[in-house]
Design a protein around this ligand. Structure first.
Ligand code: TMP
Length: 273
């Protein structure tokens, strides 16, 4: 039931995001099983690190296993969140405090409307960015007081913490040049997943100086040193290797929650991280 090899995931890997920034990865009709409790996974990383591709890939993999999984993005995932997204990614006049409050407002709505109800129903919820993005971007990147961010995150989430946070760690020198020289990442609204619905002018953060992105990266690295919920993966590897490394961390969490452990005894290659 739970294979070792993430390569078995079929393409395409990115499901369409719906207009509210979510993608249902629901139970396949031929097989379906409930976990004994919900599973909450978040993806983090700098611009162009590939987290959205990997989040989508994981959601598809879970769907193929007949699991009820929901993928959402931040800011977004709700009608309010998507409106906030289009403002906050574009408007360069927004100050740091207002920007932080907008991200947190989007989060509060996502948590109450989608994340908590789904987890109560023992579903898997995957969110592309969560509390750590605010700490890394507004805290480390913009210098917002960490205790203020902690308070706001607490208000938005009620203390809800992911079971697993995947950090795709990449050198912004490399990823930013990729984003900058690949206009279709931004401009082509037909591209599914990460950039779905984003407009060409929604690249405020990508245009921040390199020093900002270096601070964000350093922030993530410091956060990830802190706890066992983190899984840090180098993003400069082939996508299937990144997916394998993520799967290696997700699989035991599924088994802990009642998924079939039998395939774990089979010898199949899991690429090293
Ligand atoms: P992305 O989801 O396409 O990466 O776009 C979201 C952008 O918003 C990204 O540049 C990171 C930024 N962001 C913050 O600065 N703080 C936050 O709390 C969140 C969720 C995102």
């Amino acid at each position: 039931m739970i294979p070792n090899d993430a390569n078995q995931s079929s393409t395409p890997v990115q499901p369409d995001l719906m207009s509210n920034g979510t993608a249902q990865a629901g139970a396949a009709p031929h097989q379906s099983f409930k976990l004994t409790k919900g599973l909450f996974i978040t993806f983090e990383g700098g611009e162009g690190a590939g987290k959205t591709t990997q989040a989508s890939r994981l959601a598809n993999r879970l769907k193929e296993l007949g699991l009820d999984a929901q993928l959402a993005r931040e800011p977004g995932g709700t009608a309010l969140g998507e409106q906030i997204r289009s403002i906050v990614k574009r408007d360069t006049r927004i100050g740091t405090a207002a920007e932080t409050l907008l991200f947190v407002a989007a989060r509060a709505q996502l948590v109450s409307e989608l994340v908590k109800p789904r987890l109560r129903r023992k579903s898997i919820v995957i969110v592309d960015r969560f509390v750590d993005s605010t700490i890394a971007y507004q805290g480390y990147g913009r210098g917002m007081k960490m205790e203020h961010i902690a308070t706001l995150n607490q208000i938005a989430t009620g203390g809800l913490t992911p079971d697993l946070t995947v950090l795709l760690d990449a050198d912004p020198n490399v990823t930013l040049s990729r984003v900058e020289t690949t206009p279709t990442l931004i401009d082509d609204s037909t591209i599914k997943g990460e950039r779905s619905g984003d407009r060409a002018d929604e690249r405020k953060f990508e245009r921040e100086p390199l020093s900002f992105h270096e601070k964000v990266r350093q922030g993530y690295q410091e956060l990830a040193r802190d706890g066992k919920r983190w899984c840090v993966i180098r993003a400069d590897q082939a996508q299937h290797r990144v997916a394998d490394a993520i799967w290696k961390r997700v699989r035991p969490l599924l088994i802990e929650r009642g998924a079939d452990a039998e395939p774990l005894t089979r010898k199949q290659g899991v690429s090293s991280e």
